[in-house]
Design a protein around this ligand. Structure first.
Ligand code: BGC
Length: 389
């Protein structure tokens, strides 16, 4: 990782050549003796703009990601062109087209639909702009230089383990509980947006963990909706999840059947599902019979619900670390080197395996939210109490 404020150019990588071109304001790669195969030259990051394409501001995490990336890059002297796309694919395509034609030095992209940006990735490659996929894999195109994300499969495993713990099937050490109920315990399954590669990994991690219990008859899914296509929530919309939960309750739980738990892949969906459950007269708290609902992202409103005995769990992914990792990777490319990957096998985007850097995740429950979310300084107690940032 570069620690200098100035970047020494040299080497033969296309990225370095792109950097030099951008830094020279079109004077030409040879003008400072650098460029492909050339010598060295020093540029100031202030001459370089990094394009940051973000999906939406409706999920708290993307706002935090954006703020952290922008601040981190600016602290290092870069100029940042950051755009949110309101979850609209053509908007995101236009934003990235614009960044490419403006000659950004590097692109950080958190896509809406990972397969929808091929033309933009090709244009970036033609202009020698390195592209880093941010949290969501960019698929079906070879022009993806690197991927920074969390261990998405483990997110799903953790969600399922939290659910099994909440159902009393696992103990607090996540071992088979000695006093586990015989079941069958009824659960329903929700997935994220099918065009987000992460949704498939979350689902796979969770299903792999739940399947032995389903096979053993300890857990049942009364709706029978066990394919990701049936469980999916287009564009990760809260309203969609709430409606599906309402439909599941009226269709499959209208004869006194009890629902014990719901696998929910992200906090806004969890809250929509909880609304549907409470509106149907369940709970309103876990102690009063509200089904166990999982989550993801540790959004402030959900941490409050966890503190209030309503939502059972979430998964904390520290986006400060992800932003930092994205910046490390950006700097590496701009220095003409390759960022360090810790996974070179998992993320096959359909055309190539994208070298990746994965971060760890943490399960958050009523018993540890203070330690993980408050004592660490991520949220203040006042924020948790109010449920607002
Ligand atoms: C992210 C999750 C997020 C979801 C919805 C996923 O790609 O990894 O953290 O909850 O998108 O925005």
């Amino acid at each position: 990782m570069a620690t200098r404020r100035n970047f020494l150019l040299g080497g033969s990588s296309a990225a370095a050549a792109a950097l030099l071109l951008a830094a020279c304001g079109g004077e030409g790669a040879g003008s400072t003796g650098g460029g492909a195969g050339g010598g060295g030259g020093e540029v100031d990051p202030a001459d370089l703009t990094v394009g940051v394409a973000m999906p939406t501001q409706t999920y708290e995490r993307w706002v935090a990601d954006g703020n952290n990336i922008k601040k981190g890059l600016e602290d290092k002297g870069f100029t940042v062109d950051m755009q949110y796309a309101d979850d609209d694919i053509p908007t995101q395509q236009q934003q990235i087209d614009q960044m490419v034609s403006n000659g950004v030095a590097a692109l950080l992209i958190a896509s809406i639909d990972g397969a929808s940006l091929s033309a933009q990735l090709d244009a970036a490659a033609a202009a020698n702009i390195p592209v880093i996929a941010y949290d969501r894999l960019l698929t079906d195109n070879e022009n993806v230089s690197f991927y920074v994300t969390f261990d998405n499969y483990k997110v799903g495993v953790n969600q399922a383990n939290a659910l099994l713990f909440g159902l009393g099937l696992l103990d607090e050490n996540f071992e088979e509980a000695a006093d586990a109920p015989a079941g069958p315990l009824n659960i329903e399954l929700f997935a994220g947006s099918l065009d987000d590669n992460n949704a498939h990994l979350f689902w796979q991690g969770a299903i792999d963990t739940l399947t032995p219990y389903i096979d053993a008859g300890t857990i049942a899914v009364p709706s029978g909706q066990m394919d990701i296509e049936q469980a999916a929530t287009q564009r990760w919309e809260q309203e969609t999840a709430q409606k599906r939960m309402e439909n599941l309750l009226t269709t499959h739980y209208n004869g006194g059947e009890e629902l014990h738990g719901v696998l929910a892949p992200a906090d806004p969906l969890s809250r929509g599902i909880i609304n549907a459950l409470q509106n149907a007269g369940l709970g309103p708290t876990l102690s009063e019979g509200l089904p166990v609902v999982t989550g993801q992202d540790a959004e402030i409103a959900s941490i409050k619900l966890i503190a209030d005995d309503v939502q059972h769990s979430t998964i904390f992914k520290d986006t400060r670390n992800l932003a930092e990792q994205a910046i490390v990777a950006t700097e590496a490319f701009l220095n003409g080197s390759e960022p360090e990957a810790n996974d070179t096998e998992t993320y096959d985007n359909g055309v190539k395996v994208v070298p990746s850097y994965l971060l760890e995740v943490q399960m958050v429950l009523a018993s540890n939210y203070e330690e993980i979310m408050v004592d660490s300084g991520y949220y203040t107690q006042e924020q948790v109490d109010s449920g607002q940032l």
